[in-house]
Design a protein around this ligand. Structure first.
Ligand code: PRP
Length: 283
């Protein structure tokens, strides 16, 4: 039986995100020079480095068994692959953008205009839905400068922080969709054992990144109240303290809610509230 083949992006931001999450999940490999392949240590897995926009179609065709790529690129490729895991990184929006001083205020107002994008399929579907006939200018990059170059009146491009838009004096007219990085799988993949193992490993990292471990002491009389604030992933761990009127609570809390939760716990009488970062987990 051949090794499980995973395609990961060879360049750009997605490449860094994918490599980092794979390494954190204990999938260790090294890309030599600009080689297309790498072997994962101690597992029957090979890595192939590919253009992120080719990964959906190559996965659907079976050239790779699994792949890490953006859900925007899967949608644009219009292929049938299974989504095994949302990786919780690379979150972005696809938006229709116009110059920030443009008179156009509605999508219908773009009827008859030129729209540059590297997402021609999604864009065509979107304008069709809005009954606006536009002339599409399909490109593979640098879409944000096309209005300044006189090639387009509007663009459809990815927005993450909004810096690219601000630098090019563009504003969002409408949001088409929200996307993130996915682990996808070929529907006929025959390496079910190794594939499930990869999913479990990456899932451990994804959950660990999204949660913190919070520990605190609380009077038993307040336990019911604090459990409402910190219900945990399944349920909190409660341990007795020497002082029988108090107990210690250990619980997972969504990382972005930790500060708020700590304040609420303190207000309810909790003490010794400690946040610990989780590196990996199996739940
Ligand atoms: C994307 C996108 C925008 C930019 C948006 O390009 O095309 O140019 O990111 O991000 P921001 O809102 O944080 O400024 P990317 O860097 O992925 O490379 P690309 O030009 O190859 O698409």
């Amino acid at each position: 039986m051949t090794n499980l083949r995973i395609g990961i992006p060879s360049k750009g931001r997605l490449s860094e995100l994918a490599t980092e999450i794979m390494h954190q999940a204990g999938l260790s490999f090294r890309r030599q020079d600009r080689s297309l392949f790498a072997r994962v240590a101690d597992l029957p897995v090979d890595i192939t480095f590919l253009r992120p926009d080719d990964i959906p179609v190559l996965c659907a065709e079976g050239a790779i068994d699994m792949g890490i790529t953006g859900s925007d690129l899967v949608l644009e490729a219009n292929v049938d692959v299974a989504t095994r895991l949302e990786l919780g990184v690379g979150r972005c929006r696809l938006a229709v953008c116009v110059p920030d001083d443009a008179k156009i205020t509605t999508i219908e107002g773009l009827d008859g205009c030129r729209v540059a994008t590297s997402f021609p399929r999604i864009t065509a579907g979107y304008f069709q839905q809005h009954n606006a006939k536009v002339h599409l200018v399909p490109l593979t990059g640098s879409v944000e400068v096309m209005i300044a170059l006189g090639v387009a009146d509007a663009i459809v491009d990815l927005v993450e922080t909004g810096s690219t838009l601000a630098a090019n004096r563009l504003a969002i007219l409408d949001e088409i969709g929200r996307y993130e990085t996915l682990l996808i799988q070929n529907r006929a993949c025959r390496h079910n054992g190794p594939a499930d193992r990869i999913v479990r490993r990456l899932e451990g990292v994804v959950i660990a990144r999204a949660y913190s471990l919070l520990e605190y002491n609380i009077p038993r009389a307040k336990l019911a109240e604090v459990e409402k604030i910190t219900p945990g992933f399944r349920s909190p761990t409660i341990n007795p303290l020497e002082d029988s009127e108090w107990c210690a609570v250990r619980v997972m809390v969504k990382r972005k809610e930790v500060i708020d939760v700590m304040e609420k716990l303190e207000a309810l009488g909790a003490s010794a509230i400690l946040e610990t970062q989780i590196n990996n987990c199996r739940l």
